[in-house]
Unconditional design. Structure first.
Length: 281
């Protein structure tokens, strides 16, 4: 069975589900939102979303749009539980967005049936996805923004024309690729790049989220660089919405141990100061 046939069969049988990973404000430890992530049977084509939705996808454009719609529907169904806790970040394929004029009624019906307002949704656009018509996409995003949706430029710094996309798409959030977080405490070059990207984003009115934070050393370094938000296994692996909803009573479940109740560093705990950052290349 080809990947195309397998995905069609899985869609027909409803084998598309969603897990959610928290996005955390680093100064308070509060959850500000959740990213919805596709989960399918591991031994199938849906077990590798990066390949299925990538530029070398084995799926036809029409099937990608069908799969995208199924993923968004699954994210909205489960994400209803999480909206009281924060924003819902949902990945939407660039080709779906480019055809939104023809698909918008379907997606608006999905939104209405979920009961989630557009203001609670952040649409993630991956920088890894290539488009030959970025200006046309920018016009579509402006129309969706008027309806209340917000946008995040995902995987920033990983491929293609990131700075041009930052200029044209005017995203509310910029998600730095996980490669920048990995061992950032050991690399002055990564620290400089992350700090520079965050500074540019702030000047353009965007907020930075660093993806792929896995260790306390990486977290401490990002905090010393004044990065506002992060996401990664350090805070939790992707889990079902009901798991995170069961923690809704916790005001700030990830508040760093060295922070005071108002989010500022405590006087009695150690900090990573700028001079303490590793300065090796």
């Amino acid at each position: 069975m080809t990947a195309q046939e397998e995905v069609r069969d899985l869609l027909a049988r409803g084998f598309v589900s969603t897990a959610f990973q928290p996005i955390v404000q680093l100064n308070t430890g509060r959850i500000m939102g959740f990213e919805a992530l596709l989960r399918g049977p591991q031994s199938t084509a849906l077990g590798n979303p990066g390949r299925i939705f990538g530029n070398a996808s084995p799926l036809s454009p029409g099937l990608i749009q069908d799969l995208d719609a199924a993923c968004v529907a699954a994210a909205l169904r489960a994400g209803r539980l999480l909206v009281p806790m924060g924003l819902l970040f949902i990945n939407v394929h660039i080709q779906t967005l480019l055809h939104m004029r023809h698909l918008q009624n379907h997606y608006l019906r999905l939104m209405e049936s979920s009961g989630i307002p557009p203001e609670a949704v952040v649409v993630e656009i991956s920088e890894r996805s290539r488009t030959e018509t970025p200006r046309a996409l920018a016009r579509i995003l402006r129309g969706l923004r008027k309806r209340g949706f917000r946008f995040a430029l995902d995987d920033f710094g990983s491929a293609y024309s990131g700075l041009q996309h930052l200029l044209w798409f005017e995203p509310e959030y910029v998600k730095l690729d996980r490669a920048f977080a990995k061992c950032i405490h050991r690399s002055a070059r990564k620290q400089a790049l992350v700090a520079g990207a965050a500074s540019v984003a702030r000047k353009l009115g965007s907020k930075v989220i660093v993806e792929g934070v896995e260790t306390s050393e990486e977290l401490l370094t990002l905090m010393a660089l004044d990065i506002p938000m992060a996401q990664g296994y350090h805070f939790g692996r992707p889990k079902a919405a009901v798991f995170w909803a069961s923690h809704a009573h916790m005001a700030n479940p990830f508040r760093p141990w060295f922070s005071s109740d108002d989010g500022r560093p405590s006087d009695s705990a150690p900090l990573v100061a700028g001079s303490a950052l590793i300065q090796e290349p």
